[in-house]
Design a protein around this ligand. Structure first.
Ligand code: NAP
Length: 527
Protein backbone atom coordinates (compact mmCIF):
# COMPACT_ATOMS: atom_id res chain seq x y z
CA UNK A 1 0.00 0.00 0.00
CA UNK A 2 1.14 3.52 -0.70
CA UNK A 3 1.91 5.73 2.24
CA UNK A 4 0.36 9.13 1.64
CA UNK A 5 1.73 12.31 3.08
CA UNK A 6 2.70 14.93 0.53
CA UNK A 7 0.01 17.03 -1.11
CA UNK A 8 2.06 17.15 -4.25
CA UNK A 9 1.99 13.72 -5.72
CA UNK A 10 3.45 14.72 -9.01
CA UNK A 11 6.83 15.40 -7.45
CA UNK A 12 6.92 11.73 -6.51
CA UNK A 13 5.50 10.51 -9.77
CA UNK A 14 7.89 12.45 -11.93
CA UNK A 15 11.06 10.66 -10.92
CA UNK A 16 9.23 7.43 -11.82
CA UNK A 17 8.24 9.01 -15.12
CA UNK A 18 4.69 8.38 -16.16
CA UNK A 19 4.68 6.01 -19.13
CA UNK A 20 3.77 7.69 -22.40
CA UNK A 21 0.68 5.67 -23.33
CA UNK A 22 -2.23 5.18 -20.97
CA UNK A 23 -4.71 2.46 -21.92
CA UNK A 24 -8.32 3.15 -21.01
CA UNK A 25 -10.00 0.13 -19.44
CA UNK A 26 -13.76 -0.30 -19.40
CA UNK A 27 -16.04 -3.13 -18.32
CA UNK A 28 -19.61 -3.78 -17.34
CA UNK A 29 -18.59 -4.92 -13.86
CA UNK A 30 -15.53 -4.83 -11.67
CA UNK A 31 -14.51 -8.41 -12.41
CA UNK A 32 -14.53 -7.79 -16.14
CA UNK A 33 -12.64 -4.51 -15.77
CA UNK A 34 -9.94 -6.00 -13.58
CA UNK A 35 -9.76 -9.07 -15.81
CA UNK A 36 -8.99 -6.80 -18.76
CA UNK A 37 -6.44 -4.87 -16.72
CA UNK A 38 -4.75 -8.18 -15.82
CA UNK A 39 -4.52 -9.12 -19.48
CA UNK A 40 -2.87 -5.80 -20.24
CA UNK A 41 -0.30 -5.21 -17.54
CA UNK A 42 2.57 -7.14 -19.05
CA UNK A 43 2.77 -4.82 -22.05
CA UNK A 44 1.04 -1.72 -20.73
CA UNK A 45 2.05 -0.47 -17.28
CA UNK A 46 -0.19 2.63 -17.43
CA UNK A 47 -3.96 2.18 -17.17
CA UNK A 48 -7.01 4.33 -16.73
CA UNK A 49 -9.92 2.70 -14.94
CA UNK A 50 -13.06 4.25 -16.43
CA UNK A 51 -15.15 3.71 -13.33
CA UNK A 52 -18.07 5.65 -14.79
CA UNK A 53 -18.67 2.71 -17.16
CA UNK A 54 -19.54 0.53 -14.15
CA UNK A 55 -23.11 0.43 -12.89
CA UNK A 56 -21.88 0.51 -9.31
CA UNK A 57 -18.31 1.83 -9.22
CA UNK A 58 -17.96 1.56 -5.42
CA UNK A 59 -18.14 -2.23 -5.65
CA UNK A 60 -14.87 -2.18 -7.63
CA UNK A 61 -12.78 -0.72 -4.79
CA UNK A 62 -11.60 -4.03 -3.24
CA UNK A 63 -10.79 -5.63 -6.61
CA UNK A 64 -8.84 -2.62 -7.87
CA UNK A 65 -7.04 -2.35 -4.54
CA UNK A 66 -5.99 -5.95 -4.85
CA UNK A 67 -4.94 -5.39 -8.46
CA UNK A 68 -2.82 -2.36 -7.58
CA UNK A 69 -1.16 -4.19 -4.68
CA UNK A 70 -0.40 -7.15 -6.90
CA UNK A 71 1.09 -4.95 -9.65
CA UNK A 72 3.15 -2.29 -7.91
CA UNK A 73 4.86 -1.33 -11.19
CA UNK A 74 1.56 -0.27 -12.74
CA UNK A 75 0.52 3.38 -12.74
CA UNK A 76 -3.25 3.76 -12.71
CA UNK A 77 -5.71 6.60 -13.11
CA UNK A 78 -9.15 6.53 -11.52
CA UNK A 79 -11.69 8.35 -13.66
CA UNK A 80 -15.37 8.58 -12.82
CA UNK A 81 -16.51 11.24 -15.24
CA UNK A 82 -19.93 12.71 -14.74
CA UNK A 83 -22.47 12.99 -17.55
CA UNK A 84 -22.07 16.79 -17.59
CA UNK A 85 -18.38 16.33 -18.37
CA UNK A 86 -18.98 13.78 -21.15
CA UNK A 87 -18.83 10.65 -18.96
CA UNK A 88 -21.40 8.13 -17.78
CA UNK A 89 -21.51 8.71 -14.01
CA UNK A 90 -24.96 9.87 -12.88
CA UNK A 91 -24.16 10.38 -9.21
CA UNK A 92 -23.66 13.69 -7.40
CA UNK A 93 -20.45 15.70 -7.22
CA UNK A 94 -20.05 14.64 -3.60
CA UNK A 95 -20.26 10.96 -4.50
CA UNK A 96 -17.84 11.47 -7.39
CA UNK A 97 -15.28 13.00 -5.02
CA UNK A 98 -15.92 10.31 -2.46
CA UNK A 99 -15.34 7.59 -5.05
CA UNK A 100 -12.13 9.15 -6.36
CA UNK A 101 -10.86 9.35 -2.77
CA UNK A 102 -11.66 5.68 -2.25
CA UNK A 103 -9.86 4.62 -5.43
CA UNK A 104 -6.87 6.76 -4.51
CA UNK A 105 -6.91 4.87 -1.21
CA UNK A 106 -7.02 1.66 -3.25
CA UNK A 107 -3.69 2.56 -4.85
CA UNK A 108 -4.60 4.57 -7.96
CA UNK A 109 -1.77 7.10 -8.09
CA UNK A 110 -3.73 9.54 -10.25
CA UNK A 111 -7.34 10.70 -10.25
CA UNK A 112 -9.09 12.55 -13.06
CA UNK A 113 -11.58 15.26 -12.30
CA UNK A 114 -13.22 17.30 -15.02
CA UNK A 115 -13.22 21.08 -14.88
CA UNK A 116 -17.02 21.21 -14.58
CA UNK A 117 -16.82 19.28 -11.29
CA UNK A 118 -13.60 20.83 -10.01
CA UNK A 119 -14.86 24.38 -10.45
CA UNK A 120 -17.72 23.55 -8.06
CA UNK A 121 -15.40 22.15 -5.38
CA UNK A 122 -14.13 24.02 -2.35
CA UNK A 123 -10.31 24.30 -2.26
CA UNK A 124 -10.24 22.01 0.81
CA UNK A 125 -12.06 19.29 -1.10
CA UNK A 126 -9.50 19.35 -3.86
CA UNK A 127 -6.61 19.57 -1.38
CA UNK A 128 -7.94 16.50 0.33
CA UNK A 129 -8.02 14.65 -2.97
CA UNK A 130 -4.53 15.81 -3.92
CA UNK A 131 -3.22 14.60 -0.60
CA UNK A 132 -4.10 11.10 -1.76
CA UNK A 133 -3.28 11.13 -5.46
CA UNK A 134 -2.00 13.30 -8.26
CA UNK A 135 -4.85 15.29 -9.75
CA UNK A 136 -5.49 15.40 -13.49
CA UNK A 137 -7.78 18.32 -14.13
CA UNK A 138 -9.51 17.57 -17.42
CA UNK A 139 -11.52 19.43 -20.00
CA UNK A 140 -13.28 17.94 -23.04
CA UNK A 141 -14.72 19.77 -26.01
CA UNK A 142 -16.83 17.35 -28.04
CA UNK A 143 -17.46 19.78 -30.88
CA UNK A 144 -14.40 21.79 -31.83
CA UNK A 145 -10.82 22.83 -31.10
CA UNK A 146 -11.06 26.39 -29.86
CA UNK A 147 -10.09 28.75 -27.05
CA UNK A 148 -7.24 26.56 -25.86
CA UNK A 149 -5.34 29.36 -24.09
CA UNK A 150 -8.49 30.69 -22.47
CA UNK A 151 -9.40 27.21 -21.23
CA UNK A 152 -5.96 26.61 -19.79
CA UNK A 153 -6.06 29.94 -18.02
CA UNK A 154 -9.37 28.98 -16.41
CA UNK A 155 -8.02 25.58 -15.44
CA UNK A 156 -4.74 26.89 -14.07
CA UNK A 157 -6.65 28.83 -11.42
CA UNK A 158 -7.30 25.42 -9.85
CA UNK A 159 -4.14 23.77 -8.53
CA UNK A 160 -3.61 20.39 -10.19
CA UNK A 161 -0.73 18.12 -11.14
CA UNK A 162 -1.71 17.64 -14.78
CA UNK A 163 -3.94 19.71 -17.02
CA UNK A 164 -5.63 17.63 -19.67
CA UNK A 165 -7.31 19.37 -22.59
CA UNK A 166 -9.05 17.18 -25.13
CA UNK A 167 -10.86 18.79 -28.05
CA UNK A 168 -12.42 17.64 -31.32
CA UNK A 169 -10.67 18.08 -34.65
CA UNK A 170 -13.04 19.08 -37.42
CA UNK A 171 -10.14 19.89 -39.76
CA UNK A 172 -6.62 18.54 -40.04
CA UNK A 173 -5.35 21.97 -39.07
CA UNK A 174 -6.99 21.65 -35.64
CA UNK A 175 -4.13 19.28 -34.83
CA UNK A 176 -1.67 22.04 -35.60
CA UNK A 177 -3.53 24.33 -33.19
CA UNK A 178 -3.35 21.68 -30.48
CA UNK A 179 0.33 20.94 -31.03
CA UNK A 180 1.34 24.59 -31.13
CA UNK A 181 -0.56 25.07 -27.90
CA UNK A 182 1.29 22.14 -26.32
CA UNK A 183 4.64 23.45 -27.54
CA UNK A 184 3.99 26.88 -26.09
CA UNK A 185 2.66 25.88 -22.68
CA UNK A 186 4.21 22.56 -21.72
CA UNK A 187 7.18 24.22 -20.04
CA UNK A 188 4.85 25.96 -17.56
CA UNK A 189 2.40 23.14 -16.87
CA UNK A 190 2.31 19.36 -17.12
CA UNK A 191 -0.06 19.15 -20.03
CA UNK A 192 -1.91 16.31 -21.69
CA UNK A 193 -3.46 17.36 -24.98
CA UNK A 194 -5.00 15.70 -27.99
CA UNK A 195 -7.81 16.05 -30.51
CA UNK A 196 -10.61 13.51 -30.78
CA UNK A 197 -12.30 12.43 -34.00
CA UNK A 198 -10.99 10.74 -37.14
CA UNK A 199 -9.17 13.94 -38.03
CA UNK A 200 -7.44 14.06 -34.65
CA UNK A 201 -5.10 11.19 -35.47
CA UNK A 202 -2.13 13.51 -36.03
CA UNK A 203 -2.33 14.82 -32.47
CA UNK A 204 -2.72 11.32 -31.02
CA UNK A 205 0.52 10.23 -32.68
CA UNK A 206 2.55 13.46 -32.62
CA UNK A 207 1.16 15.08 -29.44
CA UNK A 208 3.87 13.61 -27.25
CA UNK A 209 6.66 15.23 -29.17
CA UNK A 210 4.78 18.53 -29.02
CA UNK A 211 4.82 18.34 -25.22
CA UNK A 212 1.90 16.21 -24.04
CA UNK A 213 3.15 14.26 -20.99
CA UNK A 214 1.23 11.19 -22.07
CA UNK A 215 -1.60 10.17 -24.36
CA UNK A 216 -4.49 7.72 -24.34
CA UNK A 217 -5.21 4.52 -26.22
CA UNK A 218 -8.03 1.97 -26.37
CA UNK A 219 -7.70 -1.67 -25.43
CA UNK A 220 -9.47 -2.76 -28.62
CA UNK A 221 -11.52 -1.42 -31.54
CA UNK A 222 -14.72 -2.09 -29.59
CA UNK A 223 -13.55 -0.47 -26.37
CA UNK A 224 -12.80 3.11 -27.36
CA UNK A 225 -13.56 5.68 -24.70
CA UNK A 226 -13.25 8.65 -27.06
CA UNK A 227 -14.02 9.22 -30.74
CA UNK A 228 -10.99 8.48 -32.91
CA UNK A 229 -9.10 6.73 -30.11
CA UNK A 230 -6.51 4.31 -31.47
CA UNK A 231 -5.81 0.91 -29.97
CA UNK A 232 -2.68 0.61 -27.86
CA UNK A 233 -1.51 -2.11 -30.21
CA UNK A 234 -1.77 0.20 -33.25
CA UNK A 235 -0.22 3.12 -31.43
CA UNK A 236 2.75 1.01 -30.43
CA UNK A 237 3.33 -1.36 -33.31
CA UNK A 238 1.90 0.48 -36.33
CA UNK A 239 2.77 4.06 -35.36
CA UNK A 240 5.72 3.17 -33.06
CA UNK A 241 4.77 6.02 -30.75
CA UNK A 242 7.58 5.28 -28.31
CA UNK A 243 10.10 6.15 -31.01
CA UNK A 244 8.46 9.30 -32.36
CA UNK A 245 10.79 12.21 -31.62
CA UNK A 246 11.66 15.63 -33.00
CA UNK A 247 13.52 14.05 -35.93
CA UNK A 248 10.68 11.72 -36.95
CA UNK A 249 9.57 12.51 -40.48
CA UNK A 250 5.83 12.54 -41.05
CA UNK A 251 4.17 10.97 -44.08
CA UNK A 252 0.54 10.35 -44.85
CA UNK A 253 -2.20 9.40 -47.24
CA UNK A 254 -4.52 12.30 -47.97
CA UNK A 255 -7.99 11.87 -49.41
CA UNK A 256 -11.68 11.93 -48.65
CA UNK A 257 -12.47 9.32 -47.43
CA UNK A 258 -9.33 7.55 -46.18
CA UNK A 259 -10.61 5.55 -43.21
CA UNK A 260 -10.31 2.21 -45.05
CA UNK A 261 -6.98 2.90 -46.72
CA UNK A 262 -4.42 0.11 -46.39
CA UNK A 263 -1.59 2.58 -46.99
CA UNK A 264 -0.87 3.25 -43.28
CA UNK A 265 -0.44 -0.48 -42.63
CA UNK A 266 1.86 -1.07 -45.59
CA UNK A 267 3.91 2.12 -45.25
CA UNK A 268 4.44 1.96 -41.50
CA UNK A 269 5.55 -1.66 -41.92
CA UNK A 270 8.03 -0.56 -44.58
CA UNK A 271 9.36 2.31 -42.44
CA UNK A 272 9.78 -0.08 -39.51
CA UNK A 273 11.49 -2.76 -41.59
CA UNK A 274 13.99 -0.30 -43.10
CA UNK A 275 14.47 1.47 -39.74
CA UNK A 276 13.49 4.83 -41.17
CA UNK A 277 12.63 7.32 -38.43
CA UNK A 278 9.24 8.14 -39.90
CA UNK A 279 5.55 7.67 -39.27
CA UNK A 280 2.72 7.44 -41.79
CA UNK A 281 -0.81 8.64 -41.02
CA UNK A 282 -4.26 8.58 -42.62
CA UNK A 283 -5.16 12.22 -43.26
CA UNK A 284 -8.85 12.77 -43.86
CA UNK A 285 -8.70 16.03 -45.82
CA UNK A 286 -12.06 17.61 -46.52
CA UNK A 287 -10.35 20.34 -48.53
CA UNK A 288 -6.96 20.67 -50.19
CA UNK A 289 -6.42 24.00 -48.43
CA UNK A 290 -6.69 22.29 -45.05
CA UNK A 291 -4.21 19.62 -46.12
CA UNK A 292 -1.69 22.06 -47.57
CA UNK A 293 -1.71 24.16 -44.40
CA UNK A 294 -0.72 21.07 -42.42
CA UNK A 295 1.99 20.06 -44.88
CA UNK A 296 3.78 23.33 -44.13
CA UNK A 297 3.00 23.65 -40.41
CA UNK A 298 3.62 20.11 -39.12
CA UNK A 299 5.63 19.72 -41.46
CA UNK A 300 4.78 16.68 -43.57
CA UNK A 301 7.62 15.19 -45.59
CA UNK A 302 5.71 13.03 -48.05
CA UNK A 303 2.14 12.42 -49.13
CA UNK A 304 0.26 9.72 -50.96
CA UNK A 305 -2.58 11.48 -52.74
CA UNK A 306 -5.78 9.59 -53.31
CA UNK A 307 -9.38 10.28 -54.39
CA UNK A 308 -10.57 12.95 -55.02
CA UNK A 309 -7.37 15.03 -55.13
CA UNK A 310 -5.09 13.31 -57.64
CA UNK A 311 -5.75 15.94 -60.30
CA UNK A 312 -6.56 18.95 -58.14
CA UNK A 313 -3.27 18.75 -56.22
CA UNK A 314 -1.26 19.50 -59.38
CA UNK A 315 -1.91 23.23 -59.36
CA UNK A 316 -0.59 23.47 -55.78
CA UNK A 317 2.78 21.89 -56.50
CA UNK A 318 6.00 23.74 -57.21
CA UNK A 319 7.15 21.14 -59.71
CA UNK A 320 6.18 17.82 -61.28
CA UNK A 321 8.16 15.52 -63.55
CA UNK A 322 7.17 15.48 -67.21
CA UNK A 323 5.60 12.01 -66.95
CA UNK A 324 3.24 13.18 -64.18
CA UNK A 325 2.35 16.31 -66.13
CA UNK A 326 1.46 14.17 -69.15
CA UNK A 327 -0.75 11.87 -67.07
CA UNK A 328 -2.37 14.87 -65.42
CA UNK A 329 -2.66 13.07 -62.08
CA UNK A 330 -0.30 12.95 -59.12
CA UNK A 331 -0.38 10.33 -56.36
CA UNK A 332 2.91 11.19 -54.63
CA UNK A 333 4.16 14.45 -53.12
CA UNK A 334 7.53 15.18 -51.55
CA UNK A 335 8.27 18.25 -49.51
CA UNK A 336 11.88 19.12 -50.21
CA UNK A 337 14.35 20.71 -47.77
CA UNK A 338 13.52 24.13 -49.21
CA UNK A 339 9.82 23.57 -48.42
CA UNK A 340 8.88 23.18 -52.09
CA UNK A 341 6.38 20.52 -53.09
CA UNK A 342 7.27 18.07 -55.86
CA UNK A 343 4.75 15.74 -57.47
CA UNK A 344 5.15 12.28 -58.98
CA UNK A 345 2.93 9.51 -60.29
CA UNK A 346 3.87 6.05 -59.05
CA UNK A 347 0.76 4.29 -60.40
CA UNK A 348 2.83 3.80 -63.55
CA UNK A 349 5.46 1.85 -61.62
CA UNK A 350 2.56 -0.07 -60.07
CA UNK A 351 1.50 -1.28 -63.53
CA UNK A 352 4.86 -1.59 -65.22
CA UNK A 353 6.83 -3.44 -62.53
CA UNK A 354 4.53 -6.47 -62.15
CA UNK A 355 4.45 -6.81 -65.96
CA UNK A 356 8.22 -6.44 -66.37
CA UNK A 357 8.69 -9.23 -63.84
CA UNK A 358 6.84 -11.50 -66.28
CA UNK A 359 7.50 -10.27 -69.79
CA UNK A 360 9.16 -7.90 -72.26
CA UNK A 361 7.04 -4.79 -72.71
CA UNK A 362 8.59 -3.73 -76.01
CA UNK A 363 5.99 -4.53 -78.71
CA UNK A 364 3.68 -6.28 -76.25
CA UNK A 365 0.00 -6.01 -77.23
CA UNK A 366 -1.85 -4.58 -74.28
CA UNK A 367 -5.50 -3.65 -73.83
CA UNK A 368 -6.37 -1.11 -71.14
CA UNK A 369 -10.00 -0.96 -69.98
CA UNK A 370 -10.86 2.55 -68.80
CA UNK A 371 -9.59 6.03 -69.55
CA UNK A 372 -9.50 7.64 -66.10
CA UNK A 373 -6.48 8.56 -63.98
CA UNK A 374 -5.16 5.02 -63.41
CA UNK A 375 -5.68 4.11 -67.05
CA UNK A 376 -3.72 7.21 -68.10
CA UNK A 377 -0.83 6.22 -65.82
CA UNK A 378 -0.85 2.74 -67.36
CA UNK A 379 -1.19 3.87 -70.97
CA UNK A 380 1.60 6.47 -70.86
CA UNK A 381 3.91 4.21 -68.86
CA UNK A 382 3.41 1.29 -71.26
CA UNK A 383 3.78 3.45 -74.34
CA UNK A 384 7.05 4.85 -72.97
CA UNK A 385 8.30 1.27 -72.77
CA UNK A 386 7.36 0.48 -76.35
CA UNK A 387 4.17 -1.50 -75.84
CA UNK A 388 1.37 -1.43 -78.40
CA UNK A 389 -1.57 -0.14 -76.40
CA UNK A 390 -5.28 -0.31 -77.16
CA UNK A 391 -7.91 1.44 -75.07
CA UNK A 392 -11.52 0.44 -74.47
CA UNK A 393 -13.69 2.74 -72.40
CA UNK A 394 -17.37 3.10 -71.58
CA UNK A 395 -17.27 6.67 -72.91
CA UNK A 396 -15.67 6.28 -76.30
CA UNK A 397 -14.63 9.95 -76.59
CA UNK A 398 -12.55 9.71 -73.45
CA UNK A 399 -10.72 6.73 -74.92
CA UNK A 400 -10.13 8.67 -78.13
CA UNK A 401 -8.75 11.65 -76.27
CA UNK A 402 -6.31 9.52 -74.30
CA UNK A 403 -5.34 7.50 -77.37
CA UNK A 404 -4.53 10.64 -79.29
CA UNK A 405 -2.26 12.08 -76.62
CA UNK A 406 -0.49 8.78 -75.91
CA UNK A 407 -0.32 7.50 -79.50
CA UNK A 408 -2.42 4.47 -78.68
CA UNK A 409 -5.35 2.77 -80.47
CA UNK A 410 -8.99 2.78 -79.53
CA UNK A 411 -11.19 -0.26 -79.83
CA UNK A 412 -14.93 -0.85 -79.53
CA UNK A 413 -16.45 -3.52 -77.38
CA UNK A 414 -18.12 -5.26 -80.34
CA UNK A 415 -14.68 -5.90 -81.85
CA UNK A 416 -13.32 -7.52 -78.74
CA UNK A 417 -14.31 -11.09 -79.62
CA UNK A 418 -12.08 -10.96 -82.70
CA UNK A 419 -9.00 -9.70 -80.86
CA UNK A 420 -6.37 -11.25 -78.65
CA UNK A 421 -3.74 -9.56 -76.46
CA UNK A 422 -0.66 -10.32 -74.44
CA UNK A 423 -2.21 -8.48 -71.52
CA UNK A 424 -5.62 -7.08 -70.61
CA UNK A 425 -5.57 -4.52 -67.79
CA UNK A 426 -8.71 -3.45 -65.98
CA UNK A 427 -8.45 0.21 -64.94
CA UNK A 428 -12.15 0.68 -64.20
CA UNK A 429 -13.76 0.26 -60.77
CA UNK A 430 -16.06 -2.48 -62.09
CA UNK A 431 -15.78 -5.48 -59.75
CA UNK A 432 -14.80 -3.58 -56.62
CA UNK A 433 -16.02 -4.63 -53.17
CA UNK A 434 -18.90 -6.99 -52.99
CA UNK A 435 -20.35 -6.33 -56.46
CA UNK A 436 -19.22 -9.52 -58.23
CA UNK A 437 -19.38 -7.65 -61.57
CA UNK A 438 -16.86 -7.92 -64.36
CA UNK A 439 -15.91 -5.35 -67.00
CA UNK A 440 -15.65 -8.20 -69.55
CA UNK A 441 -17.74 -11.31 -70.14
CA UNK A 442 -16.75 -14.86 -70.92
CA UNK A 443 -15.63 -15.05 -74.54
CA UNK A 444 -14.26 -11.51 -74.43
CA UNK A 445 -11.08 -12.52 -72.63
CA UNK A 446 -8.37 -13.65 -74.98
CA UNK A 447 -5.02 -12.83 -73.41
CA UNK A 448 -1.95 -14.44 -71.87
CA UNK A 449 -2.24 -12.26 -68.78
CA UNK A 450 -5.17 -10.47 -67.17
CA UNK A 451 -4.22 -7.74 -64.72
CA UNK A 452 -6.96 -6.25 -62.55
CA UNK A 453 -6.08 -3.01 -60.78
CA UNK A 454 -8.80 -3.72 -58.23
CA UNK A 455 -7.34 -5.35 -55.09
CA UNK A 456 -10.41 -5.66 -52.91
CA UNK A 457 -11.60 -8.38 -53.36
CA UNK A 458 -8.30 -10.15 -53.88
CA UNK A 459 -9.80 -12.26 -56.63
CA UNK A 460 -12.32 -10.32 -58.70
CA UNK A 461 -14.90 -11.85 -60.98
CA UNK A 462 -12.76 -10.74 -63.95
CA UNK A 463 -9.78 -12.70 -62.61
CA UNK A 464 -11.96 -15.77 -62.06
CA UNK A 465 -13.21 -15.59 -65.66
CA UNK A 466 -9.64 -15.04 -66.87
CA UNK A 467 -8.43 -18.15 -65.07
CA UNK A 468 -11.28 -20.14 -66.55
CA UNK A 469 -10.26 -18.86 -69.99
CA UNK A 470 -6.73 -20.14 -69.38
CA UNK A 471 -5.03 -16.78 -68.75
CA UNK A 472 -2.49 -16.09 -66.03
CA UNK A 473 -3.75 -13.48 -63.60
CA UNK A 474 -2.04 -10.51 -61.96
CA UNK A 475 -4.01 -9.30 -58.95
CA UNK A 476 -4.37 -5.59 -58.15
CA UNK A 477 -2.54 -6.08 -54.89
CA UNK A 478 0.70 -6.28 -56.89
CA UNK A 479 0.01 -2.81 -58.27
CA UNK A 480 -0.87 -1.55 -54.83
CA UNK A 481 2.41 -2.81 -53.38
CA UNK A 482 4.55 -1.60 -56.29
CA UNK A 483 3.10 1.91 -56.43
CA UNK A 484 3.65 2.14 -52.66
CA UNK A 485 7.17 0.73 -52.99
CA UNK A 486 8.04 3.41 -55.53
CA UNK A 487 6.66 6.10 -53.17
CA UNK A 488 8.80 4.72 -50.38
CA UNK A 489 11.88 4.91 -52.62
CA UNK A 490 11.13 8.51 -53.65
CA UNK A 491 10.67 9.62 -50.03
CA UNK A 492 13.51 7.74 -48.38
CA UNK A 493 16.03 7.04 -51.14
CA UNK A 494 16.09 3.41 -49.93
CA UNK A 495 14.92 0.29 -51.73
CA UNK A 496 11.46 -0.67 -50.50
CA UNK A 497 10.92 -3.94 -48.61
CA UNK A 498 8.32 -5.10 -51.16
CA UNK A 499 7.98 -8.62 -49.75
CA UNK A 500 7.22 -7.33 -46.27
CA UNK A 501 4.77 -4.82 -47.74
CA UNK A 502 3.02 -7.61 -49.63
CA UNK A 503 2.83 -9.75 -46.50
CA UNK A 504 1.21 -6.93 -44.50
CA UNK A 505 -1.31 -5.98 -47.17
CA UNK A 506 -2.27 -9.60 -47.86
CA UNK A 507 -2.91 -10.14 -44.18
CA UNK A 508 -5.11 -7.02 -43.99
CA UNK A 509 -7.05 -7.97 -47.13
CA UNK A 510 -7.56 -11.54 -45.99
CA UNK A 511 -8.88 -10.26 -42.66
CA UNK A 512 -11.24 -7.94 -44.52
CA UNK A 513 -12.44 -10.73 -46.73
CA UNK A 514 -13.03 -13.02 -43.76
CA UNK A 515 -15.02 -10.27 -42.01
CA UNK A 516 -17.09 -9.76 -45.15
CA UNK A 517 -17.79 -13.48 -45.46
CA UNK A 518 -18.78 -13.69 -41.81
CA UNK A 519 -21.18 -10.78 -42.30
CA UNK A 520 -22.66 -12.39 -45.42
CA UNK A 521 -23.15 -15.65 -43.54
CA UNK A 522 -24.82 -13.78 -40.69
CA UNK A 523 -27.15 -12.03 -43.13
CA UNK A 524 -28.05 -15.33 -44.76
CA UNK A 525 -28.81 -16.88 -41.38
CA UNK A 526 -30.95 -13.92 -40.35
CA UNK A 527 -32.79 -13.81 -43.69
P1 NAP B 1 -11.36 7.23 -62.52
O1 NAP B 1 -10.38 8.29 -62.87
O2 NAP B 1 -12.65 7.60 -61.89
O3 NAP B 1 -11.70 6.43 -63.89
C1 NAP B 1 -12.62 5.42 -63.92
C2 NAP B 1 -12.69 4.80 -65.31
O4 NAP B 1 -13.53 3.66 -65.22
C3 NAP B 1 -13.28 5.71 -66.36
O5 NAP B 1 -12.65 5.46 -67.57
C4 NAP B 1 -14.74 5.29 -66.40
O6 NAP B 1 -15.33 5.43 -67.67
C5 NAP B 1 -14.64 3.82 -66.10
N1 NAP B 1 -15.85 3.33 -65.44
C6 NAP B 1 -16.34 3.75 -64.24
N2 NAP B 1 -17.46 3.06 -63.94
C7 NAP B 1 -17.68 2.22 -64.96
C8 NAP B 1 -18.69 1.26 -65.24
N3 NAP B 1 -19.68 1.03 -64.39
N4 NAP B 1 -18.59 0.55 -66.38
C9 NAP B 1 -17.60 0.77 -67.26
N5 NAP B 1 -16.61 1.67 -67.05
C10 NAP B 1 -16.65 2.39 -65.92
O7 NAP B 1 -10.72 6.13 -61.58
P2 NAP B 1 -9.18 5.71 -61.47
O8 NAP B 1 -8.51 6.55 -60.45
O9 NAP B 1 -8.61 5.68 -62.82
O10 NAP B 1 -9.27 4.24 -60.86
C11 NAP B 1 -9.76 3.16 -61.63
C12 NAP B 1 -9.64 1.86 -60.82
O11 NAP B 1 -8.27 1.54 -60.60
C13 NAP B 1 -10.29 1.94 -59.45
O12 NAP B 1 -10.96 0.75 -59.19
C14 NAP B 1 -9.12 2.07 -58.52
O13 NAP B 1 -9.39 1.53 -57.24
C15 NAP B 1 -8.07 1.26 -59.24
N6 NAP B 1 -6.71 1.66 -58.84
C16 NAP B 1 -5.94 0.71 -58.25
C17 NAP B 1 -4.66 1.03 -57.86
C18 NAP B 1 -3.81 -0.01 -57.19
O14 NAP B 1 -2.84 0.36 -56.55
N7 NAP B 1 -4.11 -1.30 -57.33
C19 NAP B 1 -4.14 2.32 -58.08
C20 NAP B 1 -4.96 3.26 -58.73
C21 NAP B 1 -6.25 2.91 -59.10
P3 NAP B 1 -16.03 6.78 -68.18
O15 NAP B 1 -14.96 7.56 -68.87
O16 NAP B 1 -17.09 6.29 -69.09
O17 NAP B 1 -16.58 7.47 -66.97
Amino acid sequence: MMAVASNNFATRLRPLRVPRVCVAVIGSDAAEMVGKAESLVRDHPFLEFRLDYLTRPALAVPKIKQFNEYHPHVVSIATCRRVAGGGKFRGSLASQLDLLGKFAGAGCQLVDLELQSASRCKPEQLNRLRAQAALILSYHDFHATRKLEETLEKMAAIPADFYKIVTTATTLHDNVLMMKFLEEHSDKHSLVGLCMGEQGLISRVLGLRAGSVFTFAALSEDEKTGPGQITAQDLQSTYRIEQVDAATRVFGVAGDPVAHSLSPAIMNAALRRETVNGVYLALHAKTLKDLLGCVRDIPIHGLSITMPYKQAILSHLDNTDSHTTKIGACNTVVRAQDGKLYGFNTDTAGVVRPLQQRMQLEKAKILVLGAGGAARAAVFGLRERGAEVSILNRTHEQAQKLARSAHARVIKRVDLKKLSFDVIINATPVGMGNTRESPLNEGEIKARYVFDMIYDPLETRLLKLAKAAGAEVIPGVEMFVQQAARQFEIWTGKPAPAEEMMRVVMKALEEREAARQAKDAQKKQAG
